[in-house]
Design a protein around this ligand. Structure first.
Ligand code: E4P
Length: 219
């Protein structure tokens, strides 16, 4: 399973590329707001940091756009900012219509804001490159469905669609583990969640026990 960083903060991205060797980046308008950048400025800066050809960066179209033609035009414009960009369009009727045209143009699309299995299937049928089911937003609102991600993964694999399932809006280490156990292709997490996930209090406890033992031998 690939690990993507869900952030538009360049210092976090730099750290995650160099220290963690993360596999890609996802952004959204909220991340850009937190990083204080417009999408064009972010694209210009991130392009210089991309470590390899298969490292993708997802950029989202303007969420105000409602017509498929507008979404299509904006996505084409963003895709021209660099080869590694995958363009996020929403899982709406207009977004799906834009996806069909974008596929024909060779633009890679990440269908975002996916909250049910049928949205995921439609995205896969129409040729999405990534499909992003949001796990945390549902749970935060009490809409707890442990089968959501596993059923999406199973259905997409049942029909051998090419789309990759990118588990998004993760909030806990458990979300990462669950994504891996059901065979999701990618997980995207915040910088802070990876920091938490890569460490464990028991590891710290073990280091303390072993350090004390070491000291008693070498004192
Ligand atoms: C994924 O691609 C999205 O950017 C992301 O996971 C959205 O959720 P969040 O910003 O609430 O984590």
């Amino acid at each position: 399973m690939l690990f993507f960083l869900d952030s538009a903060k360049l210092d976090e991205i730099e750290y995650a590329i160099t220290r963690w060797k993360i596999d890609g980046v996802t952004t959204n308008p909220r991340h850009l707001m937190n990083a204080g950048m417009k999408v064009e400025e972010f694209a210009q800066k991130i392009i210089k940091m991309i470590p390899s050809l298969d490292f993708t960066v997802s950029l989202e179209v303007n969420p105000h756009l409602k017509e498929s033609e507008e979404i299509f035009q904006e996505a084409v414009k963003l895709s021209k900012l660099g080869e590694n960009f995958v363009i996020k369009v929403p899982a709406t009727e207009a977004g799906f219509e834009a996806l069909v045209k974008l596929k024909k143009e060779g633009v890679k699309v990440n269908v975002t804001l996916v909250f049910n299995l049928v949205q995921a299937l439609q995205a896969a049928k129409l040729g999405a490159f990534y499909i992003s089911p949001f796990v945390g937003w549902k749970e935060e609102r009490g809409d707890i469905d442990p089968n959501f991600i596993p059923t999406v993964v199973k259905a997409i694999k049942n029909y051998h669609y090419d789309s990759k399932i990118l588990v998004a809006a993760t909030r806990s280490v458990r979300h990462i583990a669950d994504a891996a156990l059901c065979g999701a292709d990618i997980v995207t997490c915040s910088f802070d969640l990876y920091k938490k996930a890569f460490e464990n209090p028991y590891t710290e406890m073990g280091l303390k026990i072993f350090s004390d033992s070491w000291d008693s031998i070498y004192r």
